[in-house]
Design a protein around this ligand. Structure first.
Ligand code: URA
Length: 282
């Protein structure tokens, strides 16, 4: 946590903001410990090991996940976007696969102009969190707050996601959070296929460099990117599947939970499963 974030008044205001979002979302009870480290999930075997969990291995967290049996074929680079303005682009000669660190990848696409979203965005919202995370959360795309601040999931939906992360005994810095598209779709519409395709190599390289123990996809957009032909989040949530050498657990998007508070209980079950899978000993 940065020093300026330790200001008690700011912490209190932030806490109130998050609790209010949880309250609006229908959450009435949270098992939040005072010290997140104390509440960090103990590296114990899962109560009921999920079928698609990565194989146990003796290495300390976060070890490299085992290839998933349902591994998909490598992702092809997206089709060119003829109308894209000049500049660093995900489908130019500067292909994301050539960057060996997250920082280099972020810097290379800090002024990405691969698709039309570059014309309306304020920030390229790359992602936040730790490298080789137990959990990698993937949302749809930045909203207005995220676009203004340059950080994913900092608005109302973000407060709910952060509250769920805290309720699981974690802090945001314990995980990594990003989106399918890194620039805000105007009016908070879903990203369009060409926008998803333009950003896809960046997301792919992010996943490779982060090498998460478990990917948690939030809502339909990342689900359908990682599992084309998926039935839809209501049918697929809570059921792990393989994406290349990673395992993905789909769950509801926090924005959906804000509109449908009754679904929070179900999402919480997915969160518990995600923590079990992400922190399971190898
Ligand atoms: N919704 C998303 O999908 N991502 C964000 O970063 C914020 C809201």
């Amino acid at each position: 946590m940065a020093a300026h974030d330790r200001d008690p008044r700011r912490l209190l205001a932030e806490l109130e903001r998050r609790l209010e979002a949880l309250d609006q979302g229908g959450v009435r009870w949270l098992n939040v410990a005072a010290d997140p480290d104390a509440a960090r999930p103990a590296p114990q075997p899962p109560v009921e090991p999920p079928a698609a969990a990565p194989e146990p291995a003796p290495a300390a967290l976060p070890p490299a996940p085992e290839p998933h049996p349902a591994a998909a074929a490598p992702v092809a680079p997206p089709a060119a976007t003829p109308d894209a303005p000049p500049g660093a682009s995900a489908d130019s000669a500067e292909h994301p696969s050539q960057w060996d660190t997250l920082e280099a990848l972020r810097d290379a696409f800090a002024d990405c102009r691969a698709c039309k979203l570059c014309g309306t965005r304020q920030h390229v919202v790359f992602g936040v969190g730790r490298e080789r995370p137990p959990l990698l959360f993937i949302g749809e795309g930045p909203g207005a707050d995220e676009d203004a601040q340059g950080e994913p999931f900092v608005g109302r939906a973000g407060a709910l996601l952060t509250g769920l992360i805290h309720a699981a005994g974690l802090v945001r810095e314990d995980v990594y959070i990003t989106n399918v598209v890194k620039c805000r779709p105007p009016g908070n519409r879903n990203p369009e296929p060409d926008e998803v395709a333009s950003c896809r190599p960046i997301l792919q390289r992010q996943i490779e460099l982060l090498d998460p123990r478990l990917i948690v996809s939030l809502g339909n957009v990342p689900l359908k990117v990682l599992k084309p032909g998926a039935a839809g989040i209501t049918r697929e949530r809570g059921v792990p599947f393989g994406y290349q050498r990673w395992t993905v657990l789909p769950t509801f998007h926090p924005s959906y939970l804000l509109r449908n508070p009754a679904a929070i209980e179900t999402c919480w079950q997915d969160f518990r499963k995600a923590v079990q899978m992400g922190f399971a000993p190898r």
